[in-house]
Ligand binder design. Structure first.
Ligand code: ADP
Length: 397
């Protein structure tokens, strides 16, 4: 069985064709600058990279180009579209409308339109991608796999905000979380690696990338997560503030003459590591600047680790114990100093890092970086959101 995984953004579209028997990626690529001039497709297959520069006025043209590449004589990996058994689409937010992966129907797409405002930066783009695929691929089976699904098991006392309950009922304002497919993948991979049943483990999964979130996973189920109604909440991120007193924002908006919308852009795009450091949102740049003695870069990194540590402490309390801490995504997989700063001082929880193992380079495999005798395993696990999307799509068939 072959599944095409699509992750559509407003001006980009990433794809992977996955062979489900081996779970290997047969081909993958990215369309960039859709709807802007200078469209480009980068396609990787058969051990080579193919670049096509072509205007991509909309997602339908982009999808057509991807399908052409997949069946192309040189760049292709299949002889016809019939070899694709189904398409799995990544969708950021589901609200309470969907709690698990769902096959696409007209009715489902109507609901998708209704909930689009829950993730205005992401869901409308996914809808463009889904509609484009439906237009080009006829009645090929398609699934929607939601980033929020893994968090649907949170109890009501964890997902509700302390606001008027009737407003929650009316507007569905509550914590939904994000990065669920990643948290699900690494929690499952941790159990497999440790040869334990997921039901027997209390895990804290730290997805630390440009966007970062931390989840508490009890017996394979998510019981709390740091992101909220939107991915703005939780730990500070590349350009996002993370948790903040909303009254501070009202104050800043007044002082700086910003509208509510501008205030949100400020929090989403100009805050976090970038705002504090004034250097960059990228952790590689931050680490370099910090090493060179830049105080604000050092402060940004300290704030990040401190905030992550607070979540680890809080979630070990939520879980009533802790067996595993997992680090994943760009920063979690590649930045030993950040990992070390987060777990330092957590020895009282039974968390002991092996400094040497922690320095190992990311080679795409799982690394156990806990010291001998550490009660809590500390694992670095490369995430694979596309594989979760493909697996869930295959399961639906
Ligand atoms: P996104 O949330 O955009 O998916 P990623 O998970 O790719 O983000 O993480 C990007 C972050 O990971 C950047 O801050 C980058 O500096 C950091 N990072 C550190 N080392 C590496 C590396 N070797 N490769 C990729 N990203 C790295």
């Amino acid at each position: 069985m072959k599944i095409l995984v699509i992750n559509a953004g407003s001006s980009s579209l990433k794809y992977q064709l996955i062979n489900m028997e081996t779970e290997a990626v047969i081909a993958k690529g990215t369309c960039e600058r859709i709807g802007i001039d200078g469209g480009k497709l980068t396609h990787k297959a058969n051990g080579k990279e193919f670049v096509i520069c072509k205007e991509l006025p909309n997602h339908t043209v982009a999808i057509k180009l991807v399908l052409d590449e997949l069946v192309d004589k040189e760049a292709g990996v299949i002889s016809s579209m019939d070899e694709i058994d189904a398409v799995g689409h990544r969708v950021v937010a589901s609200g309470e409308a969907f709690t698990k992966a769902t096959l696409v129907t007209d009715e489902v797409m109507k609901t998708m339109d209704e909930i689009a405002e829950l993730a205005p930066l992401h869901n409308p783009a996914a809808i463009l991608g889904i509609n484009a695929c439906r237009a080009v691929m006829g009645n090929k089976k398609m699934a929607l796999v939601f980033d929020t699904s893994f968090h649907a098991t949170m109890p009501d006392y964890a997902y509700n905000y302390a606001i008027d309950y009737e407003d929650y009922q009316k507007y569905k304002v509550r914590r939904y979380g994000a990065h669920g497919t990643s948290h699900k993948f690494v929690a499952g991979a941790a159990a497999e690696y440790l040869k334990k049943k997921p039901e027997d483990l209390k895990i804290i999964t730290c997805h630390l990338g440009n966007g970062s979130s931390i989840s508490a996973v009890d017996g394979g189920k998510c019981v709390d997560t740091s992101m909220g109604f939107t991915p703005l909440a939780g730990v500070p991120m590349g350009t996002r503030s993370g948790d903040i007193d909303v009254a501070a924002i009202e104050f800043l908006c007044r002082k700086k003459g910003m509208s509510m919308e501008e205030g949100l852009t400020y929090l989403n795009k100009k805050s976090g590591m970038l705002g504090i450091s004034g250097v960059s949102s990228d952790f590689r740049d931050l680490c370099k600047a910090a090493d060179e003695g830049n105080y604000r870069a050092q402060l940004a990194l300290k704030m990040f680790a401190y905030s992550c540590k607070k979540y680890v402490g809080a979630y070990s309390a939520v879980l009533g114990g802790l067996d595993v801490i997992v680090f994943t995504a760009g920063v979690g997989e590649n930045t030993p100093t950040v990992r070390a700063d987060i777990v330092s001082g957590l020895e009282y929880l039974g968390v002991k890092l092996d400094a040497e193992k922690n320095k190992q380079k990311n080679d795409g495999t799982i690394h156990d970086i806990s010291a001998k005798g550490s009660k809590v395993k500390i694992l670095v696990i490369p995430t694979n959101e596309e594989l979760v999307i493909a697996r869930e799509t295959a399961a639906l068939l």
